[in-house]
Ligand binder design. Structure first.
Ligand code: ADP
Length: 522
């Protein structure tokens, strides 16, 4: 591909074209059209003067002074002749007014002598409105020729008045020669000004672009510590703003990606190491091929697959590919089963997981997703609960809305971290007494699944006392039909935004904690 020209060259070219157009306009108007324009305007002037003078009232006291006035104002020579006819049909012309103001007048010297007078008179009489315009070759030392306008009008006592107006035509050749010379100077000046202007304008415009390009190169090599400055133009300032925003987003993405790789590799490596280790033990050491070791391998394999499933679930949920398959089911039963399963699994380790519900509540929702929400919340509570290893789950129903609250007695979450716990791959990194291996995906799945349902959810947490995660679903009459919704439809639900916003609020007034607040319900 051809390399495009730089800003300076381009700008100079544009300005050079602009200058060439300006010069062409000057040449056309000042040189080529100078003579025709000058002649046309002089003809107009002389004709207008002849018409005006021939229209004056001969008997008026100002007659002569008006003629002088016009003549001197426009540099014209004027003669008015009274033409009378004698008995024999001969004509006599007597000059009644003479205004001799023009420098190179021909009517007072030549016209009458040359016999042109008679011709002008005749032509003017024959012409349409008594006005005849003649360009004569008559010239003297100062003029190129003359423009004479003859106008015939009626005078007093049956006489005719012949008004002759003369203006000498100035030679334009000398003017054109001067202008040509000037044009050369103007061209040189314009070329110089174009070059300087091109340099100044392009420097000012290219400076921020070049600077941004340098920063962008740094960005391209993965250095996110960049600062784009836009200079003095609105467009470049806007571009710099956009690039700065893009850089900060890229930086966040990069951090997230690194964390993700760290988390995933850690989470995948742990079960893989266990599987490999136990398999080797079972192969090499006689007597180790027992059901207990096999179970460990199975458990670790399950953990791996659940991790992979979590990732797939989340990408489906956030990618808008997951459709809601709503059915009517008992939310109470759903929680009860999860609790029972967890109790069986963790009971031996001293965990007490209790569900407090006073009646059965039905909801119309996607059972698989809601089950996963409950599972993730209970799993977190079990993982993060305090030394008493107690987890309490409460069901409360108010105004047709069923709320499930999962409470633990753990370390809680610091208020400044609360808004982020729902983010993908976010882990508070707080010290936990028991080794807690998580993916950082659990709450993100919870959030996306509940947003998809348009459900309210949130958390209240007190550092040192515990956390209470809750969500609400509208209670459905047993017997209502399920329906299928497209995931994208509920993503933008303002309600769901509100519910996410509630998280922070609850976190701040987390003094009472979920425990106290929900204890009454239980
Ligand atoms: P993880 O797999 O790490 O548990 P989650 O998305 O489920 O990922 O949770 C994100 C983070 O929120 C956790 O790493 C933890 O720091 C914090 N968290 C979640 N639930 C609780 C809880 N019940 N008590 C204290 N901290 C919690």
């Amino acid at each position: 591909m051809r390399r495009p020209a730089g800003m300076k060259v381009k700008m100079f070219m544009y300005l050079a074209v602009f200058s060439a157009i300006v010069l062409a306009v000057i040449v056309v108007f000042q040189i080529i059209l100078l003579e025709p324009v000058y002649r046309a305007s002089t003809r107009r002037q002389v004709t207008a003067a002849a018409r005006t003078i021939s229209g004056f009232d001969e008997g008026s006291s100002d007659y002569e002074s008006d003629i002088y006035d016009i003549a001197s104002r426009f540099g014209l020579c004027v003669s008015v002749f009274a033409i009378t006819e004698d008995a024999g049909g001969g004509k006599t012309a007597v000059e009644t007014v003479r205004a001799h103001t023009g420098q190179a007048c021909v009517i007072h010297s030549t016209v009458t002598n040359e016999g042109l007078f008679a011709e002008l008179y005749t032509r003017a009489r024959q012409s349409d409105r008594g006005i005849y315009l003649e360009t004569t070759e008559l010239r003297n030392s100062d003029s190129e020729g003359s423009l004479i306008c003859a106008a015939v009008s009626g005078g007093s006592g049956g006489a005719e008045l012949l008004t002759l107006v003369n203006v000498p035509l100035q030679p334009v050749d000398a003017t054109v020669a001067t202008l040509r010379l000037q044009l050369v100077y103007i061209s040189l000046i314009l070329i110089f000004v174009s070059a300087v202007a091109a340099y100044i304008i392009s420097s000012r415009m290219s400076r921020p672009v070049t600077a941004m390009n340098e920063e962008a190169k740094k960005l391209a090599t993965g250095s996110y510590d960049v600062n784009f400055t836009g200079g003095e133009f609105l467009e470049t300032v806007q571009l710099a703003g956009t690039l700065n925003y893009a850089a900060s987003e890229l930086s966040k993405l990069d951090t997230m990606q690194k964390e993700l790789i760290g988390n995933i590799s850690h989470d995948l490596r742990t079960p893989l190491t266990m599987i490999a280790g136990y398999s080797e033990v079972m192969r090499d050491i006689p007597g180790e091929m027992n059901a207990e070791n096999m179970q460990i391998i199975i458990d670790e394999t399950n953990r791996l697959s659940s991790l992979v499933n979590d990732m797939l679930d989340l990408s489906r949920l956030t990618g808008g590919k997951r459709e809601l398959k709503k059915t009517l089911f008992s939310l109470t039963e759903c929680v009860r089963e999860t609790v029972a399963r967890y109790s069986r699994l963790k009971g031996a380790q001293g965990y007490v997981i209790e569900f407090h519900a006073d009646r059965e509540a039905f909801v119309s929702a996607d059972e698989t997703l809601i089950l996963q929400v409950i599972y993730n919340l209970v799993s977190n509570a079990v993982n993060y609960t305090g030394d008493d290893r107690k987890v309490d789950i409460y069901q409360s129903i108010e105004n047709g809305v069923c709320r499930i609250t999962v409470c633990d007695t753990g370390e809680g979450i610091a208020p400044e971290k609360l808004p982020f716990i729902w983010d993908r791959y976010y882990r508070t990194g707080d010290f936990h007494k028991r080794a807690v291996v998580g993916t950082g995906l659990g709450l993100s799945i919870v959030k996306n699944a509940l947003i998809l349902h348009g459900a309210q959810f949130g958390v209240s947490s007190t550092v040192g006392k515990g956390s209470a995660f809750w969500f609400e679903l509208p209670e459905a009459e047993a017997g209502e039909d399920g329906e299928t919704e497209k995931s994208g439809e509920t993503e933008d639900d303002p309600e769901s935004d509100k519910s996410t916003g509630e998280n922070g609020e609850n976190g701040e007034n987390g003094e009472n904690g979920g425990n106290g607040e929900n204890g009454g319900n239980g």
